[in-house]
Ligand binder design. Structure first.
Ligand SMILES: Nc1nc2c(c(=O)[nH]1)N[C@H]1C(S)=C(S)[C@@H](COP(=O)(O)O)O[C@H]1N2
Ligand SMILES: [Mo]
Length: 421
């Protein structure tokens, strides 16, 4: 199946990213991955689904029943209703967009069932004119559409464990998803309300039973914050904040307040329960950092993934996602030998700021043990740290904002496992 002109760029069989260009350009000397010999006879048989008309048209789409095993990974806190999270099965998805039905969910007190005509957003506090908006009013403002990830700052927390947890990419890292969000820039609404000169922060409050609330510096609101009312073209899903949520691109998931009902302009942070009891970062000297807003530069290999089995030696396409709360992903390096040698992955694009970015790398697996790692670099030149470097810098009590590298060990029998290097 292989041809001799594969350009090996790093140990363990990593192949130069030019290989992808050659493939998509249809260049001569194509290296076919897994094409089967033509089964002409089989194509001449008329399958049952060609012998009668198919299913009726549907008013709202459903995926193929054969894809039903692709599910969010649900973990609710025992003894609560709806408190917990459901992770995106990253290993089952491709590209950069998360379908709405598989966007991760994280809720502190269940998903409120909100009739849109009974929901209001109030803007008050240090403003000249307090204002309220309903969904219909918001929908008439000039809308902006932007593709951004949301990542919970508790994502990848499993990597703090002393022993590597045996999980899939989604179970480990699936508290990140990426959508096209459409809504009204928060700055537009604040301008209409007229922020007083001493207005420096916003209190954002949700309409759930937790009244989840966070303080947000007002500069972020005027920079790129949205009141999102559409998600991938349709209205938000209830679990993602219907009818409206705050979207703070690149900032820790928790600040993206769902079911948004109030923005109060204040002089200083309000110190809500959600920002004092959680989401602070312990330091090795016992102190703690509060308000770590942008999410660090990060990448995850989603294929292969823990829990999957390799199909024998040969050519594979390593695939993964990278992102940064600081802007665009500039480069992703991949290693197949546990970090001794690296080569840049192919980034086919689009590459958008604060959005999941797909990378791929061709790999000839020789059937021996290998350790696959990815490392992202963003446009500010921030480099994703190794797990060890991240833990050394933050100390044992830290439990949020993990963005160190993760490694998949591939054994000779084809098992893929989370390993520490
Ligand atoms: N009102 C409200 N907003 C909320 C939450 C919540 O429980 N209530 N959870 C927060 C957390 S911790 C995260 S990570 C994100 C998750 O957004 P998603 O559920 O749309 O993925 O929403 C945030 N906004
Ligand atoms: Mo979160």
């Amino acid at each position: 199946m292989d041809t001799p002109d594969l350009e090996i760029v790093a140990a363990g069989g990593l192949i130069h990213r030019r290989w992808f260009l050659a493939q998509t350009a249809g260049a001569a000397g194509l290296v076919l991955l897994r094409a089967q010999p033509a089964l002409l006879a089989a194509q001449q048989d008329v399958p049952p689904w060609m012998k009668a008309p198919g299913q009726p048209l549907r008013p709202y789409g459903e995926r193929s029943p054969h894809e039903a095993p692709v599910q969010r990974i649900v973990n609710s806190v025992p003894g609560t209703t709806g408190s917990g999270s459901a992770r995106t099965p990253l290993e089952s998805l491709e590209g950069m967009i998360t379908p709405n039905s598989l966007h991760f969910e994280r809720s502190h007190s269940g998903i409120p069932e909100i009739p849109p005509d009974q929901h209001r957003l109030l803007i008050h506090g240090l403003v000249d004119r307090p204002l309220t908006f309903d969904l219909a009013a918001l929908s008439r403002y000039p809308l902006a559409s932007r593709i951004h990830f949301i990542e919970c700052s508790g994502n990848s927390r499993g990597l703090y464990a002393a022993q590597p947890a045996q999980s899939s990419a989604g179970a480990l890292h699936g508290l990140v998803s990426c959508s096209e969000w459409t809504g009204v820039p928060v700055g537009t609404l604040l301008q209409e309300a007229g922020v007083r000169p001493n207005g420096r922060w916003l209190l954002a409050e949700g309409a759930d039973a937790a009244a989840m609330s966070r303080s947000v510096p007002i500069d972020k609101a005027f920079d790129d914050a949205l009141i999102a009312i559409y998600q991938n073209g349709e209205r938000l899903r209830p679990e993602n904040g219907y009818p409206m949520r705050l979207l703070l691109p690149g900032w820790e998931g928790n600040t993206n307040v769902k079911w948004l009902r109030r923005l109060k302009v204040t002089e200083a942070p309000v110190m809500t329960k959600d920002e004092t009891s959680k989401y602070t970062d312990s330091l090795p000297d016992g102190r703690a950092l509060q308000f770590t807003f942008p999410m660090g530069v990060k990448s995850v290999i989603t294929s292969p993934s823990g829990g999957l089995k390799m199909q024998g030696p040969g050519l594979y396409q390593i695939s993964g996602v990278a992102w940064s709360g600081a802007g665009r992903v500039r480069r992703v390096d991949v290693s197949a030998d546990g970090g001794k040698t690296w080569a840049p992955a192919d980034i086919p694009g689009p590459v958008l700021p604060k959005a999941l970015t797909r990378f791929r790398m061709a790999w000839r697996w020789d059937g021996g043990p290998a350790v696959l790692i990815s490392r992202a670099v963003d446009e500010t030149s921030a480099v994703q740290p190794s797990r060890k470097a991240f833990l050394d810098a933050h100390g044992a009590a830290h439990s949020y904002h993990f963005h160190g590298m993760q490694s998949w060990g591939v054994s000779a029998d084809g098992e893929v496992r989370n390993v520490y290097v």
